[in-house]
Design a protein around this ligand. Structure first.
Ligand SMILES: [Zn+2]
Length: 120
């Protein structure tokens, strides 16, 4: 990720709120999406809780889009994600496009420190 893309990702990160605050998603038949874990594009770590920020939007009756950023502390990088979620008969279905790519950065200590301050 270049400087401009990193700056953009940091802006998005500040704008977004933790996804954990918006879960669970309750579907019409009572199915719940309670927990979300995103795999880091850099090291494959499972990122969850405060590491995930984004937006959940109701697309249609029982379909939601979940989009945002996952911050990995060990890679010092963001992974961008965009999922579509539906629930029925007690299970939740997630769809995503890998073509959307992975947003990552080797990063510099300074921006990561700024990011870390957001966790506290
Ligand atoms: Zn990672």
């Amino acid at each position: 990720m270049n400087e401009a893309a990193t700056a953009l990702a940091i802006e998005d990160w500040k704008r977004f709120t933790p996804l954990a605050n918006k879960l669970p998603i309750l579907f019409l038949d009572g199915t719940r999406l309670q927990h979300l874990s995103i795999e880091c594009g850099g090291c494959s770590a499972h990122l969850e809780g405060e590491c995930l920020r984004g937006e959940i939007r109701e697309v249609s009756g029982d379909r939601y889009s979940i989009a945002g950023l996952a911050a990995c502390q060990s890679c010092q990088a963001f992974t961008q994600f965009c999922l579509s979620s539906t629930g029925s008969a007690g299970s939740v279905h997630l769809e995503w496009q890998t073509a959307a790519g992975v947003l990552m950065s080797a990063g510099s200590v300074s921006w990561w420190r700024r990011l870390l301050s957001k966790f506290q």
